[in-house]
Design a protein around this ligand. Structure first.
Ligand code: ATP
Ligand code: MG
Length: 140
């Protein structure tokens, strides 16, 4: 297994409830190293571009509204098998389906306001990390 990087986003529902530290602790406890991190407010253009794959989905506009509704914390996570490991720690998209003790089971408010994002493949991780971070902002 290779050391990988993946992109994590702590979403506005979580920053609003002061859960940045609690969620980061879950990631670190699982062995994911936070090697890049910043708190930003997504512009509408950034949210639309980031979620472009979901453009045709009925929830796209609402998702972009939600993701621009407050600050987010974007993070680069590093570990062996980081993409799959982060998805495991996050839990299923819908918190009602998320396994016990996952971030979404414990913290998510709803299917949309589900507290975290994580890249779904190494190829998408590379694209998503580059969307938010320059090389000098990632310190391993
Ligand atoms: P993410 O991409 O945020 O890591 P995911 O890969 O588990 O989550 P996707 O299918 O990529 O889920 O959907 C992206 C995001 O869109 C979800 O995390 C959630 O916030 C929102 N979303 C997905 N499906 C729905 C839906 N049916 N209704 C409302 N929002 C949804
Ligand atoms: Mg996804």
């Amino acid at each position: 297994m290779a050391v990988e990087q993946t992109l994590s986003i702590i979403k506005p529902d979580a920053t609003r409830r002061n859960l940045t530290g609690a969620i980061s602790a879950r990631l670190e406890e699982a062995g994911l190293r936070i090697v890049g991190q910043k708190r930003i407010r997504l512009s509408r253009e950034q949210a639309e571009a980031f979620y472009d794959v979901h453009k045709e989905r009925p929830f796209y506009d609402s998702l972009c509204d939600f993701m621009t509704s407050g600050p987010v914390v974007v993070q680069v996570l590093e570990a062996e098998n980081a993409v799959a490991l982060n998805r495991e720690v996050m839990g299923a998209t819908n918190p009602a389906d998320a396994a016990p003790r996952t971030i979404r089971a414990d913290f998510a408010e709803s299917l949309e306001a589900n507290s975290v994002h994580g890249s779904d493949s190494p190829d998408n991780a590379a694209i998503e990390v580059a969307f938010f971070f320059s090389d000098g902002e990632i310190v391993g």
